[in-house]
Ligand binder design. Structure first.
Ligand SMILES: NC(=O)c1ccc[n+]([C@@H]2O[C@H](COP(=O)([O-])OP(=O)(O)OC[C@H]3O[C@@H](n4cnc5c(N)ncnc54)[C@H](OP(=O)(O)O)[C@@H]3O)[C@@H](O)[C@H]2O)c1
Length: 325
């Protein structure tokens, strides 16, 4: 370990400064990061979910500024249109399509994927960013717990459907936006929908994020030989409308220590647009470095567990299996 990586690892162990603005600022200086504005995505098509607010909105702006054609996937046609118009004004890039999908509905995501496949001859990058935390447990019209549906089921179907088109790209990538909150929870494989015990919104969210990362590792394994580079990142803690709505007390306590949305999405942009050889598939990143999947041995999911989760999610969504080779 070099002195620089040692300093970074120590910072990571402290959690609060690592996830807060300090982590971003220190690592940016330590590792002399290249500015995202230096990367070009001209000629590439990026599909991004949740572009209407917070981190997704900020990422969409930067990706458009890098010259990508964007497919903005959101659940509200009006908010999508307003986002598209504002992005075109802010970046001068008007190669912006909108597709409506409720990520909590398998049927809606399937219809959106069909639209995207019918209208986009190439897809180079998929950014799985939409997410939400809910104070009360509720089921979707399809009978799934809504946190798990939004963070796990919808994104699984979207990637399953877009994977063949992605694999035709010479530099295909998938970036999942997850949460460091996942470190706090194990995922009970026999209770994916939080049917047992008292529901707790932050716990349901952390479990779903853990499932998202476990599936990312499976996708990475299964799509690697098809040329698709699959990774996940977590943004630390960034001041967004979503954070303000779901964790107002936490937001108040952290105050100016919270990252800006631009700081939160730096690693997302790096994974989507930096030279491919800098990135390793199947890893979880924070601030442009791979991080552990677990901080507690009790949260660890074995390779067999991850395969079992994959099989459960494929069965729930009705998506066909995708062998690794
Ligand atoms: N902010 C943080 O510190 C932080 C930390 C860890 C992880 N994250 C993750 O980062 C991602 C972005 O969060 P954020 O903080 O930017 O939150 P945000 O401001 O609430 O933005 C969330 C985005 O997801 C969309 N979305 C939510 N549910 C959806 C659904 N069912 N179908 C389609 N779109 C849906 C929202 O669309 P609408 O505009 O229609 O509501 C919005 O565009 C999430 O995955 C979140 O879990 C954030």
């Amino acid at each position: 370990m070099t002195p620089l990586t040692l300093a970074d690892t120590l910072l990571e162990l402290l959690v609060v400064p690592s996830f807060a603005r300090t982590g971003y600022a220190v690592r940016r200086r330590l590792f002399r990061w290249e500015d995202p504005s230096r990367w070009s995505l001209a000629g590439r098509t990026v599909v991004i979910t949740g572009p209407t607010s917070g981190l997704g909105r900020e990422a969409a702006r930067s990706l458009a500024a890098m010259g990508a054609r964007l497919v903005l996937v959101g659940r509200d046609a009006g908010r999508l249109a307003a986002t598209r118009d504002a992005l075109a004004r802010e970046t001068g890039n008007d190669a912006l399509a909108t597709v409506v999908a409720d990520m909590a509905s398998v049927a809606s995501v399937r219809a959106a994927a069909a639209t995207i496949l019918a209208t986009e001859p190439r897809i180079d990058v998929l950014v799985d960013n939409a997410g939400a935390m809910f104070a009360e447990r509720a089921l979707t019209a399809e009978g799934a717990e809504r946190t798990f549906a939004t963070i796990v089921l919808g994104p699984f179907v979207l990637l399953a459907r877009l994977a063949p088109r992605l694999s035709e790209s010479p530099d295909a990538r998938v970036v999942s936006v997850t949460s460091g909150g996942m470190y706090t929870q194990a995922l009970p494989l026999d209770d994916l929908m939080f049917e047992r015990g008292a529901y707790h919104g932050a716990r349901a969210y952390a479990r779903a994020k853990r499932a998202q990362v476990a599936l990312m590792r499976e996708w990475a394994r299964r799509l690697r030989h098809r040329g698709v580079l699959v990774t996940a990142m977590h943004p630390g803690w960034a001041d967004t409308p979503g954070l303000a709505a779901s964790l107002p007390g936490f937001r108040e306590r952290l105050g100016r220590q919270l990252r800006t949305p631009a700081q939160g999405v730096d690693t997302l942009l790096w994974l989507a647009a930096a030279p491919r050889e800098q990135v390793a598939p199947g890893r979880l990143y924070l601030d442009r470095r791979g991080r552990p999947f677990d901080r507690l041995p009790s949260t660890r999911l074995s390779a067999a567990d991850r395969r079992s989760l994959w099989a459960s999610v494929a069965a729930i969504t009705g998506e066909p299996d995708l062998p690794a080779a």
